[in-house]
Design a protein around this ligand. Sequence first.
Ligand SMILES: *Cc1c(COP(=O)(O)O)cnc(C)c1O
Length: 814
Amino acid sequence: MSLLVKNIIPVLDAKYFGIDPEAIIDAVSIDSRSLQNGTHTLFFAVVGPNNDAHVFIDDLITIGVHNFVVTHIPEKCSDRANFLVVEDTLDALQQFAAYHRSLFDFPVIGLTGSNGKTIVKEWLNFLLSPDFNVIRSPKSYNSQVGVPLSVIGINEKHNLGIFEAGISTISEMEKLEKVIKPTIGILTNIGSSHDEGFENLEEKIKEKLFLFKNTAVLIYQKNVLVDKYVSPKTKAFSWSFIDESVDVFVFKKEVENKNTKLYYRYKGNSYGFEIPFQDEASIENAISCLMAMLYFDYDTATIQSRMALLFPVEMRLKVKNGINNCTLIDDSYSSDFQSLKIALDFLESQKQYQKKTVILSDIFQSGLSNEELYFKVSKLIVSNNINRVIGIGETISAFKDKFANCVTFKNTAEFISNFENLDFANETILIKGARSFQFEEIVYLLEEKTHETVLEINLNAISYNLNFFKSKLKPNVKLMVMVKAFGYGSGGLEIAKLLEHHKIDYLGVAFADEGISLRNGGIQLPIMVLNPENTSFSAIIQHQLEPEIYSLKGLHAFLKIAKHKNLKNFPIHIKLDTGMHRLGFEKNGIDELIATLKGENAIQIRSILSHMATSDDLKHHDFAVSQIELFDKLSSRIINELGINPIRHILNTSGISNFPDSQFDMVRLGIGIYGVSNDATEQKYLENVGTLKSVISQIRSIPVGESVGYGRRFVAERPTIVATIPIGYADGISRAWGNCVGFVTIKDKKATVLGSVCMDMMMVDVTEINCVEGDPVIIFGESPTVSDIAKKLNTIPYEILTSISQRVKRVFYR
Ligand SMILES: *Cc1c(COP(=O)(O)O)cnc(C)c1O
């Protein structure tokens, strides 16, 4: 892409204000974090329900970005850059993508459905790319933002597009259709998931079918509702397991080892092929791919040979602990240019180490000549400040001199035999390669070997939940997020980094050493310490933490140190006890507090706060209101008598939900961002953040009368298949979860905990589950949820989350 700013103005119907209408644009971005060398980038300041990218523009201009699509020009920014002013920046991004799409004329497959979109897209890419230059959505970029960004990646060399579209409510698909303009439609499994945004299944199907409004053909599993709404211009190309009238009738499935043989009738003849999967979803997804191959007239032999090589699709960038203090970003299943860009952006956002290495295989299907491609790759590598490139493959080896610090190997085996000489230590390593290079072997070498239980933390879900709560705040109300107790067990530093990016106002921790470790990790946000011990005051001052002062004794002790250090206006926070009776100045201590602080300039009261005892329980509504009223009264008195203007705050998560009129100047959000609410309706709007996972160590069958575990507390009443899982009470699984009280999830099915939970292991019933040793086990996550477990164990989600021991590895992903 190469366009002049002046030529983009009419495309977006924009008003132009700026410095250089002749400026060249060769890329677009919506992500302020990942913009380096952005001179020729057009930045769309997208405004979300709770997020507004306009706030980043000032900073972006400072680092050299000069072209912006905005709804208004932010203060102090005019005369410093080009601004295209539009009514809605997201609409403008879509308009821009639609314009870009209109410049190309080749087959484009549009995919939608409730399940399987991304897998079918990745498989089709694999199945068709030997014969086409494919452009496809990277990862699961299928949203109102992801789709335009994907489509903008099209260039002259591509001759087939595969784009997925995901929607959550009505009227969204029409917009995506305009951007993708598919010529071939594929409807994947329509399921019943994500139905909240729709009245019913019919409405959902109708909306999804908008994508196929102008396609020449629609590939789908025969379904009466689909038939009812499919446009008359579109030719149906349907398949079925039961209805023989369809184009492709799948009449037989044979399951064998881990494979499935599928037999189908097409144009009067019978054929068969085999896939290396057994589950229903994979079978349906493979049939969707078969249909596309038949539509493109592939012969049976090619279909058979390629289908046999289908693979599990890993969509996420995974962050793992590596050997010698390294951090790994594992993206070892794809190597196209767009996903390389995403992975490098992600690498850039990991600020833990200065040193960054990329292990990269040959890149396929870029649509560019190798010369152009590796020129672009090297530009990307430089702009992302990568210190070292390790190239693996014949092609990348041939372009070695395009990179500053680069070693190359012909293949993965050669890399592995030289592994010892490569000195991986104290760095972040991105591992990115095409499937055929089997980079999983490299990941295996580099990964720190610990036991197989991990707590996976979905960072996107945290952002999502944060934004949900932000949307409840009145204008100008500040936000403190509590990251005490290691971020409620989810990982303090990583979450603090994410929150800092989201420009929240304050972090809150319980103890000074938690704050110190955040400072050591590079966090610069103001940090309030809820419960500072007097012995920690020096360290608090040294690390610019801000203590909560809750007693006269503490105040005097802090003042003494502050004066000794000659501090002026050091920020402190005054805690009032309005009924919780835990920490804080009581009503009758206020006079002395005021007397002590009058004229005192070593410290400055940055905020006054109190904490509610019953914000989560409307049974105690009157008590809660009395706390709020008392807080208002006492804090007003302090403010008036001292003539100060501090931030006032009393609400925690459930306070935000239940007492929206008492936000004062700030709220203190805690468990909400970790995806837990005690309100059932609100819970539906939050995303699950943590998934505690393990694997099956061993499986055995026991006959009736045999027992399981210590004390023989489970005795089999039927022949029972028992799976052992390497997680126990030392990892934070309550013993009360044993003896058929609790369950884990294996292959989407419940497996009851048998007998006592041991220190490092527990046993579960898998009699009715088709599983093998090594299969993944979910202890909590989507099901059971942390709240489910808490309820059954008669406790609260806070305790479950914070009990997960530090020996359980935390893995973060987006
Ligand atoms: C933990 C804590 C919070 C946050 O509470 P949540 O219920 O997790 O939102 C707020 N304020 C204080 C003083 C806390 O200790």
